[in-house]
Ligand binder design. Sequence first.
Ligand code: ADQ
Length: 464
Amino acid sequence: MSRLVVVSNRIAAFKDKRESAGGLAVGIMDSLKYQGGLWFGWNGKISEENKSLEKNHQDNITFAAFSLTQSEYDQYYLNFSNTVIWPAFHYRLDLVQYQHKDYDSYCHVNEMLAEQLRPLVNEDDIMWIHDYHLLPFAAACRKLGMKNRIGFFLHIPFPTSEIFNALPPHKELLEKLCEYDLLGFQAESDRQAFIENLSLVTNVENLDDNHIKAYNKPVTARVYPIGVEPENIRLLAEGALPPKLAHLRDKMNGQLIISVDRLDYSKGLLERFQAYETLLENYPQHRGNIRYFQIAPTSRGDVQAYQDVQHELETEAGRINGHFSTLEWTPLFYLNQHYERSLLMKIFRHCEVGLVTPLRDGMNLVAKEYVASQNPNDPGVLILSRFAGAANELTSALLVNPYDRDGVVAALDKALSMQLEERKQRYQEMMAVIKKNNIVHWCQSFLTDLKTIPTKNEHKTATA
Ligand code: ADQ
């Protein structure tokens, strides 16, 4: 059997216990274990000298991690990946800061990584590359003569042409993306945006629904909505709360609203804080009876836009609490901490409302985790942004437009007063989808396609 080679910007720590790893790491690790293979990615370290790979071997998997130099980190990671692609792909052109030298470094790092990886890859290995840091990775591999089947999964949205065309290297990026054999997207709208962008810069021949030919090469572009591991989440969530938290929960009468996000401007935290404030303002019956927990660990703290949003949120949280708190009641808890996965799933289960309102999100796994953590006999209510990929599947959530503050407020009020029968009905409908499109299904369907689709190499041989 051919091996699987996974490449992602960050590598899962090989010592991570299965139960503490997130769904994505679990899914990929299981596929790697089953097939045997290699996971290649950044170890998170910055080093000027050491360019040798850090290797570890465990359970049939080799982990090979590279470090970046300070200038690679600045230009490839902070600048081009996180100050050009991330904001643009989340429809925030106002936050894009493009410089040619950052794009050059981005391509150069992709080429350097392909060179480091090449000696570790066998001819019949299949390769699965992840996310926006590595859009040109297949092109770099092809340049080195690698003929392997190479697939790519984009975890974030793919923007429509009005946005994508604003990126100076947009044509080049599209051509490089077509060096992949298989391109996977979270949602049909992302897949369509990619095809639309491509059609504007080159001739696209539709071979059938998912197979196209562009730049005289076959490419398969298909939708694979990422999922979670519902059974594992249920087991984690069912466990007892740690004694201190259980005591706290007992003392807190009333209903709890929970939101968990990386602290990122795409997640719509500021708009959410303001909606909560309006709820307290316009529906005074909730005052003293509800509490909103926003868990948001700091992320990409080296990027200015992230420092700005962190500052704004601190100010807003203080202002809202200052306005509404009483001696007995604090309305908003804002916590910048990372929690053990098993604790997070228990917290989800003890909260009556999951409030997930990103302004734009590829999928949003928190929405699925919140539902999968619930007690089937007394489930909470999910409020979900229609701009998260998850809204395509979780249609029984209370779907909201995060820019419509009154709409979010009305959904909050509805969730807080929803009767058990309706909560159960909505929960069951969402669980049916979450179970079907779980993380194992996601991995298997992507990998099965990658192994069977027509590839560039075969196409070249056939047309020679
Ligand atoms: P993210 O933008 O990181 O992922 P999300 O899908 O919600 O967003 O995944 C976050 C993960 O981190 C979840 O598993 C969550 O439980 C965990 N997490 C968040 N805060 C935490 C905390 N304080 N403590 C512990 N764990 C925490 C990107 C894309 C998404 C896409 C995913 C997967 O932006 O759109 O769904 O990749 O493809």
